[in-house]
Design a protein around this ligand. Structure first.
Ligand SMILES: [Fe+2]
Length: 135
């Protein structure tokens, strides 16, 4: 069973964003899978790298959309992104340094952060960006 299943309550009504969120979910699910099967350090490290890279890419896409259209909630939204990016970077570093193992608590943190962020912070920009013709 996957850690996170896509469901309509995660939708933003913006197709390009939903596709990116689905990819992020699948990367978190991959990390969960690596944890469950006890994958080695090289494989797990690579999965964390992919998650970090794609998190940065996706946040940057959202931030560009928000700034391009003058979204008023940008600053607070960006702050959430920055905090999460720092956490994933730290996770990556600590894992590679052998200071941390991927546990179910870490997986729950990633899942809860992403789903809470999408349902709260991301869904808030949806009517604004849709009104600007973003799809
Ligand atoms: Fe976001």
């Amino acid at each position: 069973m996957a850690l996170i299943d896509w469901s309509n309550d995660l939708g933003t009504k913006i197709n390009s964003i939903d596709a990116q969120h689905k990819k992020l979910i699948s990367l978190i699910n991959n990390l969960h899978e690596a944890m469950k099967i006890g994958a080695g350090k090289a494989v797990t490290g690579q999965v964390i790298d992919e998650l970090l890279d794609y998190t940065v890419t996706h946040f940057s896409n959202e931030e560009k959309l928000m700034t391009a259209h003058g979204y008023p909630g940008y600053a607070g939204h960006k702050k959430e992104h920055d905090e999460f990016t720092q956490k994933v970077k730290k996770l990556d570093e600590d894992y590679k340094a052998g200071k941390l193992a991927i546990t179910i608590e870490i997986m729950r943190f990633l899942k809860d952060w992403l789903t809470t962020h999408i349902k709260g912070t991301d869904q808030k920009y949806s009517p604004f960006l849709l009104g600007k013709g973003v799809s």
